[in-house]
Design a binder for this molecule. Structure first.
Ligand SMILES: Nc1ncnc2c1ncn2[C@@H]1O[C@H](COP(=O)(O)OP(=O)(O)O)[C@@H](O)[C@H]1O
Ligand SMILES: [Mg+2]
Length: 241
């Protein structure tokens, strides 16, 4: 009998900065084409854990595997080449280029000119971004810029997409559209989405992993998580602090 190898497997990951333990013995397993949300109050360690997955940080302890291959300590570009696409909290688009050109820059990696163009058109259509294709990204609304950036990630056809707070700073309409877009991408790709906004989690999430003080507080279906008193307490506790 062959064993099922998960797409992503983090085992006992710990990240310390001097005396601060930002991530404390976190394990997480993600299957092919799974959508996972990481939530938790500010300072819970979500972004730090995210960065250990992307190669931006080398964990102090623990191992990270992609389809069984140990990738712990690899550099971000090496991890990207293994089929992982990343959108961090820091914007990564060229404001002086159009949406089309931004996606083209990404799509050109490893493709002929004709193949790249076809991929740009396919990606813009899939995310319903054709109306802004010829506009300069610097002149788009905040939400539209975020979607263009997600398109640049998708155009590289990663098997796994990691998004850190994709709905941050968005209007309610933009948050709803971002949720739709993530669900569309999840038809073909696995995603790990770090998000603070509970409304957004409600719109997209299936399985949710809750972080608190560097540890996994719970992991369950979104409905169970949102109904859990401990989760309410850590959010309300933070909001009141
Ligand atoms: N580069 C760093 N150096 C020192 N401390 C850090 C660094 N990055 C994050 N931290 C600390 O780690 C903890 C978790 O932060 P972070 O992962 O950004 O939380 P979240 O994304 O859940 O808001 C916080 O206490 C933060 O101050
Ligand atoms: Mg963060």
């Amino acid at each position: 009998m062959s064993e099922i190898v998960p797409l992503l497997e983090a085992r006992n990951v710990t990240m310390r900065f001097g005396g601060v333990t930002a991530v404390d013995d976190v394990s997480l397993v993600l299957g092919e084409v799974e959508l996972r949300c990481l939530i938790g109050p500010n300072g819970a360690g979500k972004s730090t854990f995210f960065k250990t997955l992307t190669g931006q940080l080398n964990p102090t302890e623990g191992r990270i595997k992609l389809r069984g291959q140990d990738v712990t300590g690899l550099l971000p570009n090496q991890i990207a080449r293994l089929g992982v696409g990343i959108k961090t909290q820091i914007p990564n688009v060229f404001n002086g280029l159009t949406a089309y050109e931004n996606v083209l820059v990404a799509a050109q990696r490893g493709r002929s000119a004709a193949m790249a163009k076809a991929m740009v058109e396919k990606t813009l259509a899939r995310l319903r971004l054709e109306p802004v294709a010829r506009r300069q990204v610097g002149q788009l609304a905040h939400g539209q810029r975020q979607w263009v950036e997600i398109a640049t990630v998708l155009a590289q056809e990663p098997d796994l997409i990691l998004l850190d707070e994709p709905a941050a700073g968005m209007t309610h309409e933009e948050v709803e559209r971002t949720a739709e877009l993530i669900k569309e991408i999840n038809r073909t790709q696995a995603l790990v989405v770090v998000e603070h906004d509970m409304q957004f989690i409600r719109m997209i999430a299936q399985t949710v992993t809750v972080f608190n003080q560097g540890k996994v507080l719970m992991e369950d279906h979104v409905d169970a998580v949102l109904a859990d008193q401990r989760v309410r307490d850590v959010y309300i506790g933070k909001a009141a602090a």
